[in-house]
Design a protein around this ligand. Structure first.
Ligand code: B12
Ligand code: SF4
Length: 464
């Protein structure tokens, strides 16, 4: 039985966009893990990644050429429109092809997806067991219900993500980057890869949960450290990676795991820099762990600072305080860890003064990378329900479920003020600008290690 997996993520950069930042430069781990699980039950598996194609005509030609028995589309809420357009074309090419969808959106809004006649089966939750099981039944001529609930697998027993599923397909469409996946900051040199060590998040932020719990269950599961190290060794053999990034929602929530990982990573001989996501409260409470991570190779944290107002942080159930945001930034600077600052503007109930407080906080934090969002109600989150109950949402189309700060997503905010706040939040204080330039020059020219190397070269007569 032939299964074609479809990655529909063209909401950010569109068709023909491979290699352009994280949106179009990273593999989809969900499909990359499902592929070997499907092969294990005897299915033949390939991938169509819309980001690699020039347009819908090329997609139609690919489906006509491949003629799969089954297609499996992965779908976030923001992917709904391209995913449905893809399924429409699949139906037109051959109505006998079984159409399956899975991923965050079908898990959170199964009813909406089931309503569509373009979809034969909706898979909720994790698919490593349920999808191959359905394919096995179809191979035996048995039927499967329209709504198939997922089963949480033991993460140490499932195959590693098949990066080549994406990379082989990308190369076919001319992907020529000197890196398997697109590095997104200078601290992470190519070749760069992404991995995931676990699933779920124990926190309860109202703009996010309970969506994550719907997909991955209440309990956070993390792969064992030896399992992750084995995958890194394989990635090293395959791609000689010089840096990597953990996708885990909050890798640092399990202090014991992190400590074990850092030691095992160094012991295994790895020195490559990496980034991961963390939270301000964790950083403040675990400075020793942060120091250990920095020694192991951590070069940057993605941190959800979100707001400079304690009232807003309470309202969104972030579980952090403004002082922790500032202190976390100080700790990062102390250990040379770059800060990728996620924050939101235009939340429900947020006042203009509270947005000004976020701007002031950012000027103190002085992050290396700004990652602003105009608050966007995501299906499956409690704040989404709040916005519906209070008739706040301005979203009329799934395309607008991207949180990039292009248009205002909820009522009650002045768009002109939000645009001003967006620009102002990213304007550094002149003193910070100066300090950054000084640090850059120091790193470039004046580090003792570099001076020593230059002197040695001069002494050996190889200067230049
Ligand atoms: C890495 C990541 C990204 C990366 C890379 C995405 C990629 N290439 O896949 C980038 C940065 C590009 C990204 C972008 C966005 N993301 Co994102 N992302 C994640 C993150 C942190 C990890 C994804 C992952 O790999 N998970 C691990 C794999 C194993 O899980 P999975 O993909 O869900 O797949 C499993 C099941 O869902 C299921 N499954 C999935 N597909 C299919 C298909 C079939 C047929 C079947 C049977 C089963 C199945 O089986 C898989 C294995 O168990 C998740 C949070 C999370 N922890 O999952 C958020 C998350 C998926 N992202 C989210 C959001 C909101 C976005 C953005 C909209 C943000 C924005 N910019 O506005 C964009 C949308 C991009 C687009 N497509 O247009 C939300 C989605 C919520 C929703 N309602 O859709 C999540 C859940 C985070 C959150 N809690 O808010 N994201
Ligand atoms: S926003 Fe981050 S920390 Fe909060 S619940 Fe979601 S994944 Fe966890």
């Amino acid at each position: 039985m032939k299964v074609t997996l479809i990655y529909p993520g063209i909401g950010g950069k569109g068709f023909d966009s491979l290699g352009q930042g994280m949106d179009s430069g990273w593999i989809g781990h969900g499909l990359a893990i499902l592929a070997p699980c499907l092969r294990a039950v005897g299915a033949e598996v390939d991938l169509i990644d819309l980001r690699a194609l020039p347009g819908w005509d090329a997609f139609r030609a690919e489906v006509e050429r491949r003629r799969p028995d089954v297609v499996g589309v992965s779908m976030m809420s923001a992917d709904y429109n391209p995913a449905m357009r893809a399924l429409e074309i699949v139906r037109e090419v051959d109505p006998r092809i079984r159409t399956c969808v899975g991923g965050p959106h079908p898990t959170i809004c199964p009813g909406e997806v089931l309503e569509s006649p373009l979809v034969d089966h909706v898979f909720t939750g994790e698919g490593e067991i349920s999808f191959p099981d359905a394919v096995t039944r179809w191979m035996r001529g048995e039927e499967v219900s329209r709504l198939v609930p997922g089963v949480a697998p033991n993460l140490d027993e499932i195959p590693f993500a098949d990066h080549e599923l994406f990379l082989a397909e990308w190369r076919r469409w001319g992907y020529r980057l000197d890196s398997p996946e697109a590095p997104f900051v200078p601290e992470l040199p190519p070749p760069f890869v992404t991995i995931i060590a676990g699933r779920g998040c124990m926190y309860n932020c109202s703009y996010c949960q309970p969506a994550e719990r719907h997909i991955f269950g209440r309990r956070v599961r993390r792969r064992s450290v030896p399992n992750v190290i084995t995958e890194l060794r394989l990635l090293q053999e395959q791609y000689h990676f010089n840096s990597f990034m953990f996708h885990d929602d909050c890798l640092t929530e399990d202090r014991d795991w992190v400590i074990e990982f850092c030691r095992a990573y160094r012991d295994a001989g790895f020195r490559q820099p990496f980034f991961c996501q963390s939270r301000a409260d964790i950083i403040v409470k675990n400075e020793d762990m942060v120091a250990l991570m920095a020694r192991a190779g951590l070069k940057g944290y993605l941190i959800g600072f979100e707001s400079g107002s304690d009232r807003v942080l309470r309202f969104i159930r972030k579980g952090t305080k403004v002082w922790q945001n500032l202190e976390a930034a100080r700790i990062c600077r102390k250990y040379g860890i770059a800060i990728w600052a996620n924050y939101m503007l235009g939340l429900p109930t947020e006042t203009e003064d509270e947005m000004r407080a976020t701007i002031s906080m950012l000027k103190e934090i002085d992050p290396d990378y700004y990652s602003p969002a105009f608050y966007t109600p995501h299906p499956g989150s409690d704040l989404f329900t709040y916005c519906q109950e209070h008739d706040l949402s301005l979203i009329t189309d799934h395309d607008s479920y991207r949180r990039n700060p292009t248009e205002v997503k909820i009522k009650g905010h002045d768009p002109a003020f939000l645009q001003w706040a967006l620009a102002e939040s990213q304007r550094r204080k002149p003193l910070n600008q100066l300090k950054r330039e000084a640090r850059r020059l120091w790193r470039r020219y004046a580090q003792p290690r570099k001076i020593w190397r230059r002197l040695r070269r001069m002494a050996l007569g190889t200067a230049g």
